[in-house]
Design a binder for this molecule. Structure first.
Ligand code: GAF
Length: 371
């Protein structure tokens, strides 16, 4: 394994453990996690492999095979973390005095900027390794929560729990149906191939700079709407019509998206359980329109990808993840894959946009040790 070789070369010893954690795509349930709603992500075949050894002092030595420098970053203090190292140091910081320093080498193959949660994969791989090495006894959900706290409190991104939970808990061949309030979850079989279907990831290769600020703004709008409605979270809205009648402007649109999106997750789970995956297409389309028009987190590149995919014969398509660029997914019959790819590529070419990248998505396993 090349991350083990790199660890040995950099630190002069064998790593004490090696863990792999995946990125994710979200089948449906967007911007519902921080509203205590439902999500349905699955793990992708790409992720981060972390080779880790504990240290007796407070020093943290970090090596990434994707970094421009072949030398490890050496941090004497946690506050010195910059760039990608913040996600790792954030995990160590959240563990407080339960751990001291560590030697860590990471190797990631999540396509960068595609919105497939490379940061959650990094947090969960490192947190899982430290959990094992220090005998912390954390469950996979506790590992996910730790990763989320690292991102919220150390990196400063106010994300929900979906990405870390997907990375820690997903099972091969399944999507993860997660209740973001109770944190109860179930693995839902997602054997699309048995139905002659595929999920195609369309990476727009565009990521808009303002994404982080807009994400925080949406979250604040939801919290403000929940306060106005006198509920703990938008999950508690039971009479959508009455709630909408009490709201105006952007908050009204945000609430409409969040509440209907959570219902769509439950409907998709029902159809998957009933063995009717082809019928989820309409719900994927509805999710995209809601994200575009009500939640306003799509982008021209995502909209064109979704429209062209559907015109090219996809059963349904939607943006996936936080939005403002990144990737869309399309549910496509196997014999339509080429036509759909062609339709999206042509639509991009007509607009002189850089060509999108197509990736096949098969539900992969969540975090697991490789040693
Ligand atoms: C990002 C966040 F990290 C998730 O928590 C989730 O809110 C998602 O955007 C939108 O569904 O990936």
């Amino acid at each position: 394994m090349r991350v083990v070789e790199a660890f040995r070369a950099a630190f002069g010893a064998e790593p004490a453990t090696v863990w792999r954690a995946p990125g994710r795509v979200n089948l449906i349930g967007e911007h519902t996690d921080y509203n205590d709603g439902f999500v349905l992500p699955f793990a992708v075949p790409w992720g981060v492999t972390a080779a880790v050894s504990p240290r007796d002092d407070q020093t943290i030595r970090l090596l990434s095979l994707q970094a421009s420098s072949p030398e490890p970053v050496v941090l004497a203090a946690r506050d010195d973390a910059r760039g990608w190292t913040r996600y790792v140091v954030g995990v160590l910081a959240m563990l407080g005095d339960r751990v001291r320093g560590a030697d860590i080498a990471v190797d990631g193959d999540v396509p960068q900027g595609a919105g497939l949660s490379s940061s959650a994969a990094l947090e969960v791989s490192v947190a899982s390794a430290l959990n094992e090495l220090h005998g912390l006894g954390m469950s996979p959900m506790e590992v996910a929560l730790l990763g989320q706290r690292a991102e919220n409190d150390f990196v400063g991104m106010p994300c929900g729990i979906m990405d870390q939970a997907a990375s820690a808990l997903c099972r091969e061949g399944h999507a993860l149906f997660l209740d973001c309030r109770t944190l109860g979850s179930r693995n839902v079989p997602l054997d699309l191939a048995a139905h002659g279907l595929r999920i195609l990831i369309i990476d727009t290769r565009v990521h808009h700079e303002h994404a982080g600020g807009e994400y925080a703004k949406r979250r604040a709008e939801c919290e403000s709407a929940a306060r106005a409605l006198g509920v703990d979270a938008l999950r508690d809205v039971t009479d959508l019509g009455a709630a909408l009648a009490r709201l105006r402007g952007e908050e009204r649109k945000r609430v409409e998206h969040v509440v209907t999106e959570s219902h769509r997750v439950e409907a998709v789970v029902g159809l998957l359980r009933a063995g009717r995956p082809a019928e989820i297409g309409a719900l994927l389309n509805a999710s995209h329109l809601s994200l575009r028009d009500k939640y306003e987190v799509s982008s021209p590149e995502l909209d064109v990808a979704v429209e062209a995919a559907v015109r090219g014969g996809a059963r349904g398509a939607r943006m996936t993840g936080g939005g403002f660029g990144g990737s869309a997914i399309a549910l496509v019959a196997e014999d339509r894959l080429d036509t759909v790819r062609q339709a999206v590529s042509s639509a991009y070419e007509e607009r002189s946009w850089q060509p999108p990248r197509f990736l096949p998505a098969t539900p992969a396993p969540g975090a697991h040790p490789l040693t």
